[in-house]
Design a protein around this ligand. Structure first.
Ligand code: ZN
Length: 252
């Protein structure tokens, strides 16, 4: 049986709800990804991480269903480059609420908001907390590279983690959507190694326009990206995400 909500009939979706399937909602964004990648990166990567994770869960006998990707997110910090669509926070929360409320009304009791865009990270946590309380169901949220940093780091040569339009995202795109990569621009695809200013720890939240610290719109170094690295990253990320989501303690 298919794991994609949009490929099932309404009755088939309802049967999944009756079986207490986990609903994975991939959440993304449409925004600039440097000179060498198309704007849809987060949809491609977020959507495929969700599907690959769900395929592994299903293969292990878990009930799971994946909604289409929520394609609009919070990308104000990329607007200066053009090619970007952003919602405001209240609207973004309302979109997530509408999706989760629909799932809850149909009887689903467990939802994972699987985020693929850095700018959504804090808002996803807020949504998970608020929607679980409002609908009386379990709602978890997380950004995939924040959830599984230990499997990403060993596969990268020039970065400690996934950044933006970087070694990791570019490798994954080369593997999943090579038509959205411009190899002739790869030499330019390098930027600072962090979006924070010197002296700003990860826990001190303050976003600024990517334009102010990255000429290319890239954070990290995409020049050593390869499709083989992308294939390995996807497999490692999905396997670890599946392992985390299969944990029964998470849902009790
Ligand atoms: Zn993004």
């Amino acid at each position: 049986m298919d794991i994609e909500w949009m490929k099932l009939t309404a009755a088939e979706v309802q049967a999944r709800a009756a079986a207490d399937a986990l609903v994975i909602v991939p959440v993304a964004s449409l925004e600039q990804h440097g000179p060498h990648l198309a704007t849809g990166v987060d949809m491609v990567l977020g959507g495929n991480v969700a599907l690959e994770t769900a395929r592994r869960l299903a293969a292990q006998g878990h009930e799971v269903i994946v909604t289409p990707v929520v394609w609009t997110g919070l990308a104000e910090h990329h607007m200066a480059f053009g090619g970007t669509v952003t919602l405001d926070s209240a609207t973004f929360q309302a979109v997530l609420r509408g999706v989760v409320r629909s799932a809850a009304r149909h009887g689903f009791r467990r939802v994972m908001l699987l985020n693929g865009h850095g700018g959504n990270a804090e808002a996803i946590g807020t949504a998970a907390t608020d929607l679980a309380a409002e609908f009386g169901i379990r709602v978890a949220g997380g950004t995939y590279w924040h959830m599984v940093p230990e499997v990403i780091a060993p596969l990268l040569e020039r970065q400690p983690t996934l950044m933006h339009a970087c070694e990791a995202e570019t490798s994954l795109m080369m593997h999943l959507a090579p038509g959205s990569v411009r190899p002739e621009r790869l030499a330019e695809a390098v930027g600072p190694s962090s979006s924070r200013v010197e002296g700003q720890p990860p826990g001190l939240l303050m976003r600024r326009s990517f334009r102010s610290f990255s000429e290319t719109g890239v954070v990290g170094d995409a020049r050593t990206a390869t499709p083989a690295k992308g294939e390995k990253l996807l497999a490692a990320i999905a396997a670890r995400c599946a392992e985390l989501l299969a944990n029964p303690k998470l849902w009790t």
